[in-house]
Design a protein around this ligand. Sequence first.
Ligand SMILES: [Fe+2]
Ligand SMILES: [Fe+2]
Length: 137
Amino acid sequence: MFKLFNWDEKMSIDKDVIDDQHKTMMMSANLLFESLSKGKSKDVIIGGINCLRNYILEHFDYEIAYMKKHNYPALEEHLKSHEEFLNKYEEFLKRVKSKEVSGELAVEIYSFISNWFISHIENENIRYHDFWKNKEA
Ligand SMILES: [Fe+2]
Ligand SMILES: [Fe+2]
């Protein structure tokens, strides 16, 4: 059984839209983790990966538009980090499509997503909190 995400107020970056997007992503990741730990069919797992990807894309789009609007100084670097993440995400999707989802692959997917998400939240808290803080939506 994989450890599921639990929203904690410490994760909040005090921006309702972004906090809500993070919460939705966590719920979607939890559904995927449950499918992985219960050994659900490949189609269900692919569906879970796609569903989470849609929420992540929506979040990235919102965030980038927000950063552009407020002239976020490290925009290019940030766009690159999204691209790198999405490339890795696609790789996992390809691997899942090409073979059976072994326990090992399930652990890899779980670790990849949960580690990324934790560092994503930490980064937004540490690096962007001051940036977001005094800006309107
Ligand atoms: Fe981002
Ligand atoms: Fe985020």
